[in-house]
Design a protein around this ligand. Structure first.
Ligand code: SF4
Length: 366
């Protein structure tokens, strides 16, 4: 079957392992672009959140290239994400496309659909082979995220502008092609050596900020105007708090039915004085992560929100109090299809200037 997955950050590292190596034909949506966004916006219900629109655009571009099946994550919970795939499927069917929507989610009683989808993805291969491919894909995601965190540390210290991004990009294409765990280990070692070579250890980093907020926007550079790179080039070390590991780790490690993951528990406890319950999405996690950012001694936090995202709007309101109580500056950036990059850059630079001044003042006073 000709299958497509949406784009998000560097998720293409698993495309070959999960699709081509399972005997399917991969239809790779083009990198997310203005056209992708325009298509998504044109055909989505207006009230939908930005990530739904961008992913819909990815799907339209994949269908134009001949995709017969679209793989989309599903879920259940109090925010709109759990219903994304169904909305996208209905919009695309209304547009006249013929395809099968394969929704990957923990079933709530509907094991029949789960089995059907698993068999379709298995494509006649043995269960053992399928599980080993999924394990390899998971290890690829973990490595990708370890290197993503590392590149955030290297970028503001690089000797030559752009060297860290380039080395990272090359490692992503190697991870994508890797067929076993030993190759992944080698790639990690080599990439860390390159990172070492391109880092100026004498360079003093004044500012460290936490990147918090909605999952998709914080992971997808097109949607957040390449925020991490921009901050890196402003001499800022970013600590990105969201990750795929934290999102689906509990499911992969079969902890979904037990107490929440330890890391998640720490975040919930940190958030507890301000917000005692989940409000869906990353709302409570965002608050907890800003409290933890303060405890870790970071200079500030940047929250990214897609316009109309209820959980993050709740978090934004609470962050004002957190910021006041803990004396940690926060900046909220709201994105939609109308957001202009220039105004966004100005706000970002002003915030970083503020953090730099605070840091200098603190050094003088101490
Ligand atoms: S977290 Fe916000 S943006 Fe993401 S799906 Fe839920 S409501 Fe939409």
């Amino acid at each position: 079957m000709k299958l497509a997955l949406p784009r998000m950050g560097n998720i293409e590292v698993v495309y070959d392992t999960l699709i081509t190596d399972m005997g399917h034909e991969l239809i790779e949506p083009p990198p997310t672009s203005k056209r992708t966004l325009d298509l998504g916006v044109r055909y989505s219900p207006e009230y939908c959140c930005l990530p739904l629109k961008i992913v819909l655009g990815n799907f339209i571009e994949a269908l134009e290239l001949g995709a017969e099946g679209l793989i989309m994550a599903g879920g259940w919970g109090p925010c709109r994400f759990g219903y994304y795939a169904q909305v996208q499927r209905d919009v695309l069917l209304d547009l006249g496309y013929k395809f099968k929507m394969i929704i990957v989610e923990i079933p709530r009683g509907n094991w029949k659909t789960f089995r059907e989808n698993a068999n379709l993805l298995r494509n006649g291969k043995s269960w053992f082979y399928m599980i080993s491919q999924y394990r390899l894909a998971w290890q690829k995601i973990l490595l990708m995220e370890r290197l993503e965190q590392k590149v955030l540390v290297v970028r503001p210290r690089e000797k030559t502008r752009g060297a860290a991004s380039l080395a990272f990009k090359e490692s992503i294409s190697k991870i994508r092609k890797a067929k076993d765990l030993d190759t992944l280990k080698k790639i990690e070692q080599e990439t860390l050596e390159i990172f070492n070579d391109i880092t100026d250890l004498q360079k003093k980093i004044l500012i460290k900020v936490a990147l918090v907020g909605e999952f998709y926007i914080s992971l997808e550079p097109f949607s957040n105007f390449h925020l991490e790179e921009k901050l890196g080039y402003l001499g800022v070390e970013v600590v990105r708090k969201n990750s795929i590991e934290a999102w689906i780790g509990p499911i992969v490690k079969l902890k979904i039915f037990k107490d929440s993951f330890k890391e998640e528990k720490d975040i919930e406890e940190a958030a507890y004085p301000y917000i005692a319950h989940s409000v869906g999405g990353e709302g409570q996690i965002t608050v907890g992560n800003v409290v933890l950012a303060h405890e870790e001694g970071l200079d500030g936090a940047i929250q990214v929100i897609p316009f109309t995202c209820m959980p993050e709007v709740v978090a934004e309101t609470i962050l004002k109090k957190v910021s006041e109580d803990l004396n940690i500056p926060t900046l909220t950036l709201i994105y939609d299809e109308q957001t202009g990059e220039e105004g966004f850059n100005t706000r970002l630079e002003a915030f970083i200037d503020l953090l730099k001044k605070r840091r200098k003042k603190a050094v003088v006073l101490s």
